[in-house]
Write a protein that binds this ligand. Structure first.
Ligand code: HEM
Length: 306
């Protein structure tokens, strides 16, 4: 589905459910089975509430400055030379969030490392070596102080969902602002990048019974691809949808989903990306590359002259 109204209706429809987690016995498979992201109905509601409660303890307004300060340290160390910003775009937001969630600051870089391994193995259908992902989940449990399983799933889902998507938002926004010279209003550039070049392109649902949405009749058991990136360029909603225009008045992007499963971390993602982008505005773009992916648009390399 590509039209914004249809995608929004599909996201709100409880008959369209998320892809169930793959079977398995290891720590990674158990984590996938325990998080809100891959559950439905009452189980989803309870798990989501637990994650939202943990998120509620974070001082979100402080995240921008904290991320900005850590980026400045990285850039100062590389001053005048070339640096690939993507490792920092993956590590710093996760580390800052973990610290804001109460983890000892000295452990934040190890948390970022293990969360990156888990994030790569987390999406349904991910083809990765199981052993490193299982070890990473076990280590994350230890780093978080062995919380009871429900709390561990709530903390882990926040950290894992942060990793690639926030890195993609940072990389895609820097790609836009450093190449087009739109270095002024960071918040407007971020909001327009979320619409124009979202890090998460689509999400998938499975029809548990026949459903009709707009002009589409979906049979039971069909897999439905909700194309968030296309919905963000729906000409029924956006004037000149293919133009990158940070000054546009309409901003109804579906990049964070919508309805009962929408992203609870939107504000944190925005604040952390803003802190990163602001700190890197003085850099010169040298090279940007993307790794192939069916669903994510995250630079594999974003080389700048610091
Ligand atoms: C630019 C960065 C981000 C983007 C684009 C993004 C996007 C999304 C989307 C589209 C969904 C819904 C998926 C669906 O309906 O199938 C989602 C879910 C979720 N996101 Fe984010 N996200 C981002 C960052 C974050 C951050 C920073 C956090 C945590 C602080 C977070 C936590 C979550 C959680 C816990 C869920 C699952 C919600 C549920 O199960 O109901 N996300 N995200």
């Amino acid at each position: 589905m590509t039209r914004q109204a249809d995608v929004r209706a599909a996201l709100a429809d409880p008959r369209l459910q998320v892809t169930p987690p793959a079977p398995g016995d290891g720590p990674m498979a158990r984590l996938r089975r325990a998080v809100s992201r891959f559950s439905d109905g009452a189980e989803h509601t309870a798990r989501r509430s637990a994650a939202v409660a943990e998120y509620g303890r974070i001082a979100v307004a402080a995240l921008r400055a904290e991320v900005g300060a850590r980026v400045c340290v990285e850039l100062a160390a590389a001053r005048g030379g070339r640096i690939d910003l993507m490792p920092a775009a993956r590590a710093i937001p996760v580390g800052v969030l973990a610290t804001a969630m109460g983890l000892q600051a000295g452990l934040s870089s190890e948390v970022s490392e293990v969360v990156a391994v888990i994030a790569a193995a987390y999406p349904p259908g991910a083809v990765v070596e199981p052993v490193p992902a299982d070890r990473a989940v076990t280590r994350l449990e230890a780093l978080l102080g062995h919380p009871e399983p429900g709390r561990f799933a709530a903390l882990a889902v926040l950290l894992v969902q942060t990793c690639d998507a926030t890195a993609g938002l940072i990389g895609n926004t820097l790609g836009q602002v450093l190449s087009h010279g739109a270095r002024g209003a960071v918040d407007a550039a971020l909001a327009e990048t979320l619409r124009f070049d979202p890090p998460v392109r689509a999400t998938v649902r499975i029809a548990r019974e026949p459903v009709s949405i707009g002009e589409v009749a979906i049979p039971a058991t069909a897999t439905v691809i909700l194309d968030l990136a296309a919905a963000n360029r729906d000409p029924a909603v956006f004037a000149y949808p293919g133009r990158f225009d940070p000054g546009r008045p309409e901003r109804a992007s579906l990049t964070f989903g919508s309805g009962h499963r929408s992203c609870p971390g939107e504000k944190a993602a925005f604040e952390m990306a803003a802190g990163f982008v602001q700190a890197a505005l003085g850099c010169e773009l040298a090279d940007i590359r993307y790794a192939p992916s069916t669903n994510l648009r995250v630079p594999s390399r974003l080389e700048v002259i610091a």
